[in-house]
Design a protein around this ligand. Structure first.
Ligand SMILES: Nc1ncnc2c1ncn2[C@@H]1O[C@H](COP(=O)(O)OP(=O)(O)OP(=O)(O)O)[C@@H](O)[C@H]1O
Ligand SMILES: [Mg+2]
Length: 254
């Protein structure tokens, strides 16, 4: 089982769009996929028409593996299950602060379902919290969508600095890609060129374009490939899946 976190310390950059479309793309390719929504906003579950879990409240997420497994729901798609979020997930840091081994708890919960899945995708909330430290610890790959603007460049730097300063987290796990790209904007083109140069090998080749097809996922409540398969955004997420798979094949399985 490989764990792929869709993470950024910045909000609204396309983490959820990535988690949802990647989960679908990996499942379509035949992998057994669990999409785990860690954000109390519950957007991943919303896109897949799965209701918030009422069973997995309070500390059960980190302590009760039976309930954790029972909270997993099927989706409308083969090979793709969802662990929906609920509002109690907003208190994850409070729960974690009370626990021993509190940077390893997420990894332990996910290990309990390791036999059932090839890939677990994490849709993460946008902050560097204790939950985020659990994500950094548990994930094999931390996939970071970056909108090519000055502010995103700064937050990306902050993330790498944080990982540098915290012994348990591994900077090498970070795989970035450009998201919501508007190539006609000089700022986007210049920022992408500069960041690719500053961080060699860190950015995937794929660029996910700014696209109303992604925005329309909210009305369809489905991954973009189900209603706009031949359009650039769907193709980009499929390419993202292929590039990630190629990177994963370069690492050993657990
Ligand atoms: N490539 C894209 N083109 C156009 N709009 C996009 C694209 N990707 C995401 N969006 C839109 O931008 C908004 C934020 O996207 P999304 O929810 O995926 O970001 P996020 O990083 O998960 O946000 P949050 O930090 O709130 O969890 C949504 O309305 C989504 O429809
Ligand atoms: Mg989100």
């Amino acid at each position: 089982m490989k764990i792929i976190a869709c993470y950024s310390n910045k909000g609204g950059v396309g983490k959820t769009a990535t988690a949802v479309n990647l989960a679908h793309a990996f499942a379509q390719s035949g992998a057994r996929v669990l999409l785990c929504d860690l954000d109390p906003q519950g957007a991943s579950g919303f896109y897949f028409r799965v209701k918030p879990s009422k069973k997995l409240l309070d500390e059960a997420f980190f302590k009760d593996t039976e309930r954790f497994a029972k909270a997993i729901r099927g989706s409308d798609f083969d090979n793709l299950d969802i662990l929906p979020a609920n509002m109690s997930f907003r208190d994850f840091d409070v729960f974690l602060s009370r626990m021993k081994h509190n940077r390893e708890r997420l990894g332990r919960s996910l290990k309990s379902v390791a036999g059932d899945y090839d890939i677990v995708l994490l849709d993460c909330p946008p902050n560097i919290s204790m939950l985020a430290e659990n994500v950094f610890e548990a994930a094999d790959h931390i996939v970071v969508p970056v909108i090519p603007t000055t502010l995103s460049e700064r937050t990306f730097e902050q993330l790498l600095d944080f990982l540098d300063d915290h012994a348990q987290a591994d900077k090498q796990k970070v795989v970035a890609f450009f998201s919501m790209v508007q190539k006609q904007k000089t700022l986007h083109a210049e920022t992408m060129a500069r960041m690719r140069e500053t961080y060699p090998d860190r950015f995937l080749a794929v660029e996910v374009p700014f696209s109303t097809d992604i925005e329309r996922m909210g009305t369809h409540r489905a991954p973009v490939a189900t209603f706009a398969q031949t359009r650039p955004a769907a193709k980009a997420y499929d390419e993202l899946q292929r590039e990630l798979r190629a990177r994963m094949e370069g690492t050993t399985d657990d």
